[in-house]
Design a protein around this ligand. Structure first.
Ligand SMILES: *[C@@H]1O[C@H](CO)[C@@H](O)[C@H](O)[C@H]1NC(C)=O
Ligand SMILES: *[C@@H]1O[C@H](CO)[C@@H](O)[C@H](O)[C@H]1NC(C)=O
Ligand SMILES: *[C@@H]1O[C@H](CO)[C@@H](O)[C@H](O)[C@H]1NC(C)=O
Length: 175
């Protein structure tokens, strides 16, 4: 028993210092089908400032969101993380198109090469989140439920398994 602990401890410490990717869906959509966030979505974006902010445990150093179209479509992921990014002093990387999961995986791997001490947050259209997780190296990526907006997927290095799915726990917005 004791011996096992001695062997496990360095492994656990190494795991804890490894980099983690967190994946979230954009905030709620307006019922009228327009671009942008609904009132609830705006509330969620504000809530995420607390969830992932400087005083949280997430230690976010890099945020990636899908590239908005020039006509305003696909702007929800960026709008969802922009208030948080401003707090953290980060510029959201929107260089990857919605359907280009390989581009996202490449950004993460490039970030890793700098031996970062901080973690990555990815905000995207929910169907595509599965493909991003697959592109990062998970052969059993989960499906994000159509009717949820509140889930955080935790994908630690080497990105081959979502080890936890939990709620952002934004007051009044849990579903
Ligand atoms: C659609 O809903 C959004 C959010 O509730 C609102 O800001 C926008 O003005 C609405 N657009 C139209 C065309 O009604
Ligand atoms: C959060 O930390 C970043 C980096 O240290 C800093 O630039 C930013 O001002 C901080 N934001 C808040 C709200 O403390
Ligand atoms: C993935 O993580 C979950 C939750 O921690 C765990 O139950 C499962 O065994 C893991 N799967 C693999 C293939 O590591």
């Amino acid at each position: 028993m004791q011996l096992t602990h001695y062997f496990l401890l360095p492994v656990l410490l190494a795991t804890a210092s490894a980099q983690t990717v967190y994946l979230i869906r954009h905030g709620e959509k307006p019922a009228n089908g327009s671009t942008g966030l609904s009132a609830q979505g705006v509330e969620r974006a504000q809530c995420l400032r607390n969830v992932f902010g400087n005083s949280s445990q997430y230690n976010i150093g890099y945020i990636i969101a899908e590239k908005p179209k020039s006509d305003g479509h696909r702007d929800r992921p960026l709008l969802t993380v922009q208030p948080l990014a401003t707090d953290l002093g980060l510029t959201v990387d929107t260089s990857c198109d919605r359907d280009d999961q390989d581009c996202v995986a490449k950004l993460v791997k490039t970030y890793d090469k700098g031996n970062p001490t901080q973690n990555v947050l990815i905000c995207w259209e929910h169907g595509q989140l599965t493909k991003i997780v697959e592109a990062l190296g998970d052969k059993n990526a989960p499906t994000y439920p159509d009717d949820s907006f509140n889930l955080i997927w935790t994908d630690p290095q080497p990105y081959d398994n979502i080890t936890s799915t939990q709620s952002e726990e934004c007051p009044g917005l849990d579903n």
